[in-house]
Design a protein around this ligand. Structure first.
Ligand SMILES: C[S@@+](CC[C@H](N)C(=O)[O-])C[C@H]1O[C@@H](n2cnc3c(N)ncnc32)[C@H](O)[C@@H]1O
Length: 429
């Protein structure tokens, strides 16, 4: 029987390539010390999937026919360990992959011998295997949806030539960023020189799990932190976080505007529970409502001084953290952009005089960000762009007097998730 770490990785790969589903956030929860190996193994399988399959193909009896997913998974896991995980012995890499191939629901039993033969041969020269795999074109690991997302990230900055550089950066597992909620940061976190209040995990430092579990700090991506560092000095009495779970940004809003009345909406019941739990653990209060934000806003007669609409989106900006993103089916963009437009319209219409609305998506695709901004400028001329971020957080064309109303950091110069956010304000009466 393969080790639990390898079984978890195999399950995750079947979820992505068989079901076209995301890797669940807590997929490695019960793995203890083996979580490190499992994370590295899964990350490399997903990030190098295209080249792994391309390397195997000519070694098959019938390359055109290919092999079942169970065989692909066993081979990919074995090859990754042999090529890039030097701490794993030949014996463990090969035998466990063969056992996996022989596992009924995860492997493909008739291909046990094939997996054994290919991996045994590869194990004879692990450095040579790594060199062969590295020499294959990086584009094999991308899909058309990925190419489109990368081009969309670079285009506003006139940096289209940097596609390979951006892709190479996104292949590195992200270095986590944190925010302190109470007290001092633990050892191993160092201040981010470019982003006040943000802390990064130092090289080789242990992940600060006990500190996070004690709700003294939270994980928050640099881009989310930077976009919530908007400059705004008008009074804020009522805040709406329209799409709030799991509550990272709700937390920041509550801490930034402690005297304000905060309403947090979320449509999915399980995520509402998570949001409530997050706020409770952090000792923060908000009125949490389970509702479709568009419907709720369309019925509401409350006007808000600050609205954050962190809308559901394709997540194309998160492919460094979610290396499965390239391999998922992305056919629901029309539904998402329709929902985003409806949420944006409803939110804009509940903005109080003198109020600020921030629309955000963790996506580079123009139809999820720039297009909505342009549409809103036409459809709601009473709202004016609000330049609440430093100009270098946006594209050069969006800068006005050292500031910008359109947050979309340069993907090659900014370490953080890909985001588009724009801010508009209603004139005070
Ligand atoms: C990008 S996530 C929000 C992340 C959150 N702001 C944070 O920083 O922790 C979008 C959230 O919107 C929720 N959502 C999707 N459609 C919604 C709708 N119609 N009304 C309210 N929430 C919705 C999703 O379930 C998801 O939790």
């Amino acid at each position: 029987m393969p080790t639990p770490a390898r079984l978890h990785v195999a399950h995750a790969l079947h979820e992505v390539f068989g079901e076209k589903g995301r890797v669940p956030d807590i997929w490695d929860r019960d793995l203890g010390e083996d979580a490190h190996l499992a994370q590295a193994l899964l990350g490399l399988c997903l990030r190098r999937w295209g080249r792994l399959q391309a390397w195997v193909k000519p070694k098959l009896k019938d390359p055109a026919r290919g092999v079942p997913l169970g065989t692909q998974v066993a081979l990919a896991m074995g090859l990754v360990q042999l090529a890039w995980l030097p701490g794993v012995s030949d014996h463990a890499a090969v035998n466990e992959a063969v056992e996996l191939a022989a596992t009924r629901d995860l492997g493909f039993v008739p291909h046990k011998g094939l997996v054994n033969a290919i991996l045994r041969r590869a194990a004879k020269d692990r450095a040579g295997l790594a060199a062969e795999l590295e020499a294959l074109p990086a584009a094999l690991d991308r899909t058309p949806a990925t190419e489109r997302a990368l081009k969309a990230a670079l285009a506003p900055h006139g940096a289209e030539a940097g596609l390979e550089e951006l892709w190479a950066r996104l292949q590195q597992p992200p270095r986590p960023s944190f925010r302190v909620l109470t007290g001092e940061p633990p050892e191993g976190l160092e201040p981010d020189a470019d982003l006040p209040g943000c802390f990064r995990l130092a090289e080789e430092a242990p992940f600060p799990r006990p500190w996070l579990e004690a709700a003294q700090g939270m994980v928050q991506d640099r881009s989310s932190q930077a976009l919530l560092a908007y400059s705004w000095d008008r009074p804020v009495a009522r805040i709406l976080d329209a799409c709030a779970a799991p509550g990272g940004k709700t937390t920041t809003l509550a801490l930034r505007h402690p005297g304000a009345e905060l309403t947090a909406l979320e449509v999915h019941p399980r995520r509402v529970a998570r949001l409530r739990q997050t706020l409770q653990q952090r000792g923060l209060s908000a009125q949490v409502i389970q509702a479709d934000a568009a419907e709720w806003l369309e019925r509401s007669d409350t006007a808000f001084d600050l609205i954050l609409l962190d809308a559901p989106c394709s997540g194309s900006g998160t492919l460094q953290k979610h290396p499965e993103w390239p391999w998922l089916v992305h056919d629901d963009l029309p539904r998402l952009t329709g929902l985003q437009r409806r949420l944006l319209t409803a939110a804009a219409d509940r903005l109080a005089p003198g109020g600020l609305l921030i629309y955000a998506v963790c996506s580079w695709l123009p139809e999820e960000g720039a297009a909505h901004r342009d549409w809103l400028a036409e459809a709601r001329p009473g709202l004016q762009p609000a330049a609440v971020w430093p100009a270098d957080r946006g594209a050069p064309a969006d800068a006005e007097g050292g500031r910008t109303a359109f947050f979309r950091p340069h993907p090659l110069r900014w370490e953080g998730e890909g985001f588009q956010a724009f801010a508009v304000a209603r004139a005070a009466r």
